[in-house]
Design a protein around this ligand. Structure first.
Ligand code: GLU
Length: 552
């Protein structure tokens, strides 16, 4: 068989050779140990939380070694292509601080020496390598029809090795004459790898996350170019990751089963294989068991969910790191105010079986992140969010943005800030009593505070309340009311002789708190009172008084 002649016949327009491409895309000049990683999405427009997570792992792998992180768009399947999808995905990444150094950096915009980064523009490159394999007798045209392939699939149902191999690889050894006859008659062909694997052979690799893996060697004559000349994922992965000089392929672990094919392709193509890091999917607990976070069942599987709910990107990032590296939380405890970028990310500390998604944990992480933000930042970020997702909150803010910031500053910017807010959508409820438009009175009391005591306390407080008080004066006033209503200003005193008093200063303040806010638990009441302003304070105190008058 004249392989060269066949290669020219199959790829008459391919003039460049692998050697040419090796020169066009030389080795990268990076410092020792710098890792080159990539995110390689298909342009579906949907960014799954798992994709974002894998992408973050890939990004951190490069960034923690002063390496390069690039984006390559795997758009060989034009049927799945969605208009504007890349923009949506890249925006989704940039929200979480993932900005590629290289590759597709915006829709139809590429940056970098290893372009093109759209697989759809790389057809000639793949074909040059395919042609070279044919020349070396390592790949062959296969003319089997879809019906024939279906038939084979059906007969293989109970066999352990599937696909086109051994006796099923019917066109592996077609005679030269037969091949040309079929080509001359215009039969469609795909290009298959002539797999050098043997049934007893083993494939070993050391996965950066999963550890040492041993699998049967690939024996399938996998398709490397489809009948339209477009490569399969397997072939494109090998050619692209080689030519783009990827050092570490970080991808979902659904690709582990294909890795023997990939390693074989690298070998056949004469490429040095990259290191693999297969990321386990994010799991969710359900009915005592575990399953993958699902696009269909779980709203939180869509990255857009976090923006809609108003989780700041810092929180989601931080949460993803708790999922990614088991030592992140310890690091955070030791480095409370450190920039998250300083965390020494390590692939070896990734979960092998799949981290569990836990919304309660995300909530906790996010409360910790938000409580450390200055009020101005909370205002700015939540205002941006509100403009898009909660116009009612945006217009409350717009009445007086300074007052809104001051409200958000209550019990903030101090050593022990409160942790009431986990996401911006918590804010409307959290601050509802600060606005007459959203205040909902509720006069239920707790502790020793009874409607009868409330009546007495409110009568006194209405007389005495003074919005010019500083915090000490305000509290003194509260304490001064105590003896007038049968309470003690001293909680210890009350505890020692509870029968002697109707309550203590805490009960007095509860009554005032409930009257002003409709709640028994709020941030600092002094600040709330000051920000409500005299008119509102008086109106609410009077309304509460009227209520208890009727109740008693
Ligand atoms: N396009 C592939 C996917 O979306 C990429 C896998 C890889 O990272 O190699 O699953």
């Amino acid at each position: 068989m004249d392989n060269n002649k066949l290669a020219i016949r199959l790829f008459p327009n391919i003039n460049k050779t692998p050697e040419d491409y090796e020169k066009i895309y030389p080795l990268r000049d990076l410092k020792e140990g710098a890792r080159v990683t990539r995110f390689a999405p298909s342009p579906t427009g949907f960014l799954h939380f798992g994709n974002l997570f894998t992408c973050l792992v890939s990004y951190k792998t490069a960034k923690s070694t002063d390496g390069v992180f690039y984006v390559r768009v795997e758009d060989t399947d034009q049927k799945r292509k969605v208009e504007g999808a890349i923009e949506v995905m890249l925006k989704g990444l940039s929200v979480y601080g993932i900005v590629p150094d290289e590759g597709v950096i915006a829709e139809d915009t590429e940056k970098g020496e290893y372009a093109p980064y759209y697989q759809s523009k790389r057809k000639e490159i793949y074909q040059a390598y395919a042609k070279s394999l044919v020349q070396q007798g390592l790949a062959y045209p296969c003319f089997m029809t879809p019906e024939e392939l279906d038939e084979i699939r059906a007969t293989q149902e109970n066999e352990s090795i599937k696909g086109i191999w051994g006796k099923y690889a019917k066109h592996r050894d077609l005679s030269e004459e037969e091949i040309y006859k079929r080509l001359d008659s215009g039969e469609q062909w795909t290009l298959r790898l002539k797999s050098p694997g043997s049934v007893d052979g083993k494939c070993y690799f050391d996965d950066m996350i999963k550890g040492k893996i041993e699998m049967p060697e690939n024996v399938q004559d996998v398709v490397i170019l489809k009948s339209d000349g477009i490569p399969t994922y397997h072939f494109a992965h090998a050619v692209d990751d080689h030519l783009m000089r990827t050092t570490h392929v970080v991808r979902g672990d659904e690709w582990i089963s294909s890795t023997p094919i990939h390693l074989q392709l690298f070998r056949v193509l004469g490429f040095r294989p990259p290191k693999y890091a297969h990321v386990a999917p994010i799991m969710k607990e359900e009915d005592g068991g575990k399953r993958k976070l699902s696009k269909r069942k779980d709203p939180e599987a869509a990255v857009t969910y976090y923006a809609e709910q108003g989780y700041p990107s810092e929180s989601v990032n931080e949460y993803m790191l708790t999922l990614a590296n088991s030592n992140f939380e310890d690091w955070r405890r030791m480095n409370k105010d450190e920039d998250v970028e300083k965390f020494p990310f390590n692939l070896k500390k990734m979960s092998v079986s799949g981290a569990l998604f836990d919304i309660v944990k995300l909530t906790d992480v996010s409360k910790n992140v938000i409580c450390k933000m200055p009020a101005k930042k909370v205002f700015d970020l939540s205002y941006e969010w509100a403009k898009e997702y909660n116009p009612a909150l945006a217009s409350l803010y717009e009445k007086d943005t300074e007052r809104a910031t001051a409200i958000l500053n209550i019990d903030r910017e101090n050593k022990k800030p409160r942790k009431d807010i986990a996401k911006w959508s918590d804010i409307p409820e959290y601050i509802s009593y600060m606005y007459d438009e959203t205040f909902e009175p509720c006069y239920e009391l707790t502790g020793n505070a009874t409607p009868a005591l409330a009546l007495k306390v409110l009568e006194k407080y209405i007389e005495k309340v003074n919005l010019n008080d500083d915090k000490d004066a305000w509290f003194t006033r509260m304490k001064d009311i105590c003896p007038l209503v049968g309470c003690t200003p001293n909680v210890k005193e009350y505890k020692a002789e509870p029968d002697k008093y109707e309550g203590h200063v805490g009960d007095v303040s509860t009554i005032i708190r409930v009257a002003l806010t409709g709640r028994t638990n709020t941030p600092d009441l002094y600040c709330i009172t000051a920000l409500l302003g005299e008119d509102t304070v008086k109106t609410r105190l009077k309304a509460a008084l009227e209520h208890y008058k009727e109740e008693v």
